[in-house]
Design a protein around this ligand. Sequence first.
Ligand SMILES: [Zn+2]
Length: 382
Amino acid sequence: MADRVELIEYGDAPWYDLGPIHPLRPSRVLLTYRLIEEYGILEADHVTRTPAQDATDEDILRVHDEPYIEAVKLAGRGKRGPWWQFGFGPGDNPIFPNMHEASAHVAGASITAAEGLLSGRADHVFNPSGGLHHAMPDRASGFCVYDDPAIAIAWLQSHGVGRVAYLDVDAHHGDGPQAIFYDNPDVLTISLHQSGDTLFPGTGFVDEIGGPGAEGSSVNVPVPPFTPDRLWLQAFRQVVPPLLEAWKPEVLVTQLGCDTHYTDPLTHLMLTTGAFFETATMIHELAHATAGGKWLATGGGGYQWARVVPRAWTIYFADMAETTLPDEVPLTFLLEAESEAGEPVPDRLSEPEIRDSPVSPADIDRIVGEVRRVIFPYHGLT
Ligand SMILES: [Zn+2]
């Protein structure tokens, strides 16, 4: 029997929109829905759409502090206040209208996804509007107001789920879920990212292993800038499957940021859609092999909002739905995306791998070696 797959629809709630010049554009998500539709993935019987619900204050309070939530509400209503103390200001986290309502909707979309799994409605669920993994309990950070992956994990644990694994493949360190579950021995956080030596938020080193009693539950694989597909995939294969097999999560939560792409304007990795295809297949297999198929996926970073993000997330969702897509991107989508982007958009899903990189297999072996030496013993692995 085919997996039951769900796409969480954002609907007509206020958009999570940080303004016309901000790199995190809502169009990323809208165009992703459009491409998924144009490829006909939603027409399959085992694939459904579910409207997102809002997160309640009770849901958000499992992760965020009350004064912070109050600040988000007031600032989003245009009230004056010391909002810089909560991480707001020009640049990464400008205040925007209905900030609480939009952020609570994104968090609610990830909770709706979690509900889908727990209720048995679905085996795999994708919330493309989610993945805001830099938000901290008491402040906004890195374009993120409420940490929806962490809020969904806390919701799962408050509804009887024990062990959860969180896997983050965004170019930036998944510092929010790491910090929020650092002392929680039942949540494994694994983040593969561009090293904090060269990229925001400047954290995510191998020695950040988890708090007292939770050692080994926080895993970081910081790769160098300019890491290409085959070396990034080498690191993934040598670290992620053994840890998930040892952890045996009841639910696998993945943040699928695609700002790892070689054309992303904010980062310096060299992945192509080829890596996204392979990662989708590996994660799908791991969800079945280690978590009874229970897979909650969110979006994440990705700042080539028309040229890369819709293709990347459609590739992931198609694998989730076990649908093989023609390589040609539907013309209807192309015309729409190009008119919105004002520039040509790639007309194929696949891309040639980037071969010319200063990063060597030895560089990756060294990092993986350190992760295995520091982390694997906590999982009974060598
Ligand atoms: Zn990112």
